[in-house]
Design a binder for this molecule. Sequence first.
Ligand code: SAM
Length: 241
Amino acid sequence: MNAASLELLRQGAAELGLELSPAQEAQFGQLLRLLQEGNARLNLTALKTEPDIVLKHFVDSLTCLRGGHLTGPLSVVDLGTGGGFPTFPLAIMQPHLQLTPLDSTRKKIDFVRETALALGLDQVQPLVGRAETLGQQPEHREHYDRVVVRAVAALPILAELALPLLKVGGVLVAQKGPVSSEELLAGRRAAETLGGRVQEVDAFTLPELGDARTLVVVEKIRPTPSKYPRREGVPNAQPLF
Ligand code: SAM
């Protein structure tokens, strides 16, 4: 990673109260290289330049740590991880998290698996599948402490995909762009239907770029009714609210 990009990463991390060790800086450098190589083969991200990847993937993913919901030895599903975001930045900076990056696209999960291995991130255990299917399987349903999600769907859809995977007392951390009051209201209603309660809505801007982001935090307060999640594709095609 060039010196200017490294400085952007250090500053972005510092805004979150994080300081990178030399080993963590080396891991981010290796991640950047693997992502650029992987992108040439797999078209994993539209972002191509170094500063874009550093700010819009690395620093942006680290903002999921705002509010302190993702620290400690927690089991975390990264629902719809794509090329491994926010999984990789979180795994590098929070080595106690047990991360399960999940995606329905096998080639993306193959990349995430190879990259985790190359970076020595043993606590990252990728999974291919759809959240609707896993949410009805006993080994995954109500099994995880946290679900984190970045840029996958509108809040009512996310609530249906994520809340069934959480234990009661678990938390969904959804990182999104700007959230309209209509989406938030629909998200609140969906969360209530699924056993959750919106606990926090944290609107902020990305360091350097100023892009609007919102972290929506939903706590699971009771078990999800067994009919949710509905079968594959239905949460997207017919959102609850
Ligand atoms: N989270 C990544 C990021 O921020 O760069 C990727 C976001 S990408 C726009 C959305 C990803 O979610 C895609 O890779 C897609 O395959 C995955 N996805 C969407 N719906 C899903 C579902 N129901 N179960 C599992 N993966 C899903």
